[in-house]
Every structure is written in structure tokens, then in C-alpha cells.
Design a protein around this ligand. Structure first.
Ligand code: ADP
Ligand code: MG
Length: 371
């Protein structure tokens, strides 16, 4: 999860906890021994630790590398497990959003990962490190927000751990879901010729964040909706389940880091590329107004802005009509964005038909490219 997007320099400062350049994550030299996390980046780091993690592969269907780990089967079900942490100053800043919103969002980002595999969320564990002096009222609000989001999806809180924190609030959630093993959708199932879809408008959460940080402005009538999009994302649990259980789709991921970044992950895992059509990007009226006022291109925000928690999925061409009909008959919206191609990399086709290569961009803890 990306959160309130501190700059890479701010993230680096936060990681150098001793302030003297000591410790695993600090230092700037480029030799192998002194290479830092900044050079590897978040995704390079994850790739670097993948080897040697599985000591007993029994019932491990999927480990590191997807939105959830998948284990089983147990009877005719598999379990989906996902975990996310939120750290004060990195994912959220004090006073930026209410504790109730923070609680709801912490649960929502985990629900979204279960949705991305097509599962049903069931049980949650919550660990928290609390700074000394934190108000009980704020903690009550945090749990009220969590319970609210859990209540919407009938998820139980079954345990966790509590500690004091020497520096800010720290929250970690582990969420367990379940699914029919035949229905689970992975990031690696896309093939050339598949159609690429998304479940909703993109870029609203990023615009909301710009408003919250006071960097940009918007008329009152629309700013509220954009801020809500950032503070209160609604994970697409029912839509994800419907898409997976239709058995018509080939791959799925949720958009936490940004469209091109998460499509990049899906393509990398599937060993394919994608071509997106600029004019098909679903843009809300609120985002268009926001961009007009702030002299921004809404399509750029839709391509790289993160935290919309929409689902991005691919469907073989022969299944596309059936799937669209099933989804729309249940009242859910989906938008066709483009197609999967054999050639690796991402391409964007402009409304005039000009095609250009684009780099996956979006949030990456430690990346020098992140804003
Ligand atoms: P998402 O954005 O869907 O939550 P991430 O990009 O955070 O996914 O993680 C991608 C994959 O890497 C997931 O399978 C996750 O469990 C795994 N992962 C991330 N960080 C670590 C870590 N420190 N150790 C082991 N696995 C990790
Ligand atoms: Mg995810």
C-alpha cells in the first residue's frame, strides 16, 4: 500500500533511524556490499528475497508474488492470505485523516487484495504498536472504522498483538479469505489477445491526496468526493468474486500503486505486454474539473495515480461478451482499457492513433522515480 506518499528522501530519512548513516538501509556507496535499499527499490527488494523462502511446498499453491498467498486445497476450498502494514509518517501523517477513516482504510486495502484473487474475506488479525500518550478516544475511533469496514464484509477480528511504539503509530493487518480453487485469479494468467478491463474510474484518490496535502485546490462541490475517494476506498470484493467465479477471466490484480505500475506487475508475471487506449481511460467528472482548475492532464493522473483500489483484469477475447453481460446484469460497471500483446512493455495509443511506449509509473517505496 502506498499511503500519503512521502517523498523518497523523506522515506530514506525515516529509514536511517540512528541518524548517523549506520544500519542496513543507510549509506550511499554503489558497491555490492554497501548498496542500499534505495538502489534496489521496493519491488527489486521483494524479488531479491524470493529465493529460498519455501522449506516445504506441501499445500503451497502460491507464495510471494501475487496479491495473496494461496494455500490448500482443504476440502474443496483454498485459503487466501494477505498482509499490509501502515506506518505513521510513511503511509499517513498525523492529523491528515480521521482515525475512523484510517481504521476503515487499513481494512479496505487488505480486502482489496482478497478481491483481486476473487476470494471471500473471512478473518482478520491486527497488530498495533502505539506511541506513548496516544488518546484512547483516537484508538476507539480507529477500531470503530475497522469494525465498520469489517461489518460491511462480515469479517471477524480474531486476534493480533499490542506493543508500545517509540516512534509513531504502526498497524499491521493479516486477512484470511477463502475461494474455490478453480476460480482463483492470479497475476500470471494473461495471454496475447486478451482484453484489459478495469472496474471503475481512475485517478480520483490521487486528486484527493493533492487536496488533502493542500498542494492543489478544487471547487467545494467536488473536493469532498475526491477526498472521500482517497480516505475511504471501497474494495471491489463482490465484483472480484463475480469475475473470478464466472471462470471467464484470465488474470487479475488490484490497483494500489497506480494503473501502469500494477499493469506492469501483471504483464511481468504473465510474460506479456499491453497496449492501452488513452481515450478509454475512465475519468470521473470530478477529476476532469480538478485537472482543469489545476492545469493538469487527467489522463496522466489516471495512468499513474495510486490507491483507487479498483480491479484490473484480463479476459480472453472469446469470453469478453459473456463476461461483460454477466457483470452488467448484476449492476457493476467495467471499462475496456486495451489489450494484451506478445511484445513486452506497455504502450499507449493516443486519440489520434499515435502509439508510444510508456514506463510503469506509480508508487514504489524507496524509488527515486516516485514523487
Ligand atoms: P500488494 O500491493 O498487492 O499488497 P505488494 O507489492 O505489497 O503487493 O507485494 C507483492 C508480493 O510480495 C506479495 O506476495 C507480498 O506478500 C510479497 N512481499 C512484500 N513484502 C515482502 C516481504 N518483506 N517479505 C516477503 N514477502 C513480501
Ligand atoms: Mg494488491
Amino acid at each position: 500500500m502506498q499511503g500519503d506518499r512521502l517523498s523518497p528522501a523523506q522515506c530514506r530519512r525515516l529509514l536511517c533511524t540512528d541518524g548517523k548513516g549506520k544500519g542496513t538501509f543507510s549509506g550511499a556507496a554503489m558497491s555490492q556490499e554497501t548498496k542500499t535499499i534505495d538502489h534496489l527499490g521496493e519491488f527489486g527488494f521483494i524479488r531479491s528475497i524470493m529465493k529460498g523462502c519455501i522449506q516445504n511446498s506441501e499445500r503451497v499453491i502460491r507464495g510471494i508474488g501475487d496479491d495473496c498467498a494461496v494455500i490448500g486445497p482443504y476440502g474443496n476450498r483454498v485459503f487466501l492470505i494477505t498482509t499490509d502494514l501502515l506506518m505513521e509518517h510513511v503511509h499517513f501523517l498525523p492529523g491528515r485523516k480521521s482515525f475512523r477513516d484510517l481504521g476503515a482504510k487499513t481494512v479496505a486495502v487488505n480486502l482489496s487484495d482478497i478481491a483481486a484473487m476473487g476470494g471471500v474475506p473471512r478473518h482478520l488479525f491486527l497488530s498495533i504498536a502505539i506511541p506513548k500518550g496516544m488518546l484512547i478516544e483516537d484508538l476507539s475511533q480507529l477500531y470503530a472504522g475497522m469494525n465498520e469496514m469489517c461489518g460491511l464484509h462480515r469479517v471477524n477480528l480474531l486476534g493480533g498483538d499490542t506493543s508500545a511504539s517509540s516512534d509513531g503509530l504502526f498497524i499491521n493487518i493479516t486477512l484470511i479469505g477463502e475461494a474455490d480453487p478453480r476460480a482463483v485469479l492470479y497475476r500470471n494468467g494473461a495471454s496475447p489477445g486478451d482484453t484489459v478491463y478495469v472496474t471503475g474510474a481512475l485517478g480520483n484518490a490521487q486528486a484527493g491526496l493533492h487536496l488533502l496535502t493542500g498542494k492543489m485546490r478544487a471547487p467545494h462541490e467536488i473536493s469532498e468526493q475526491l477526498i472521500v475517494a482517497h480516505n475511504r476506498p471501497q474494495p471491489r470484493v463482490e465484483t472480484g468474486r463475480l469475475i473470478a467465479e464466472s471462470l471467464l477471466a484470465s488474470a487479475m490484480i488490484d490497483i494500489s500503486d497506480g494503473l501502469t505500475s500494477d499493469l506492469g506487475h501483471l504483464c511481468e508475471e504473465s510474460a506479456v505486454g499491453a497496449r492501452l487506449f488513452e481515450e478509454r481511460l475512465p475519468l470521473s467528472e470530478e477529476l476532469k474539473i480538478f485537472c482543469r482548475v489545476n492545469n493538469l492532464d487527467p489522463r496522466a493522473i489516471a495512468l499513474s495515480g495510486g490507491e483507487d483500489y479498483e480491479l484490473l483484469f484480463t479476459v480472453p477475447e472469446k469470453n469478453a461478451y459473456s463476461l461483460e453481460r454477466q457483470v452488467k446484469s448484476k449492476g457493476y460497471q467495467i471499462f475496456k482499457l486495451g489489450e494484451i500483446v506478445r511484445e513486452r512493455g506497455l504502450h499507449l495509443v493516443s486519440s489520434e492513433g499515435r502509439e508510444r511506449q510508456i514506463n510503469p509509473s506509480g508508487f514504489n517505496h524507496f524509488s527515486r522515480e516516485s514523487p
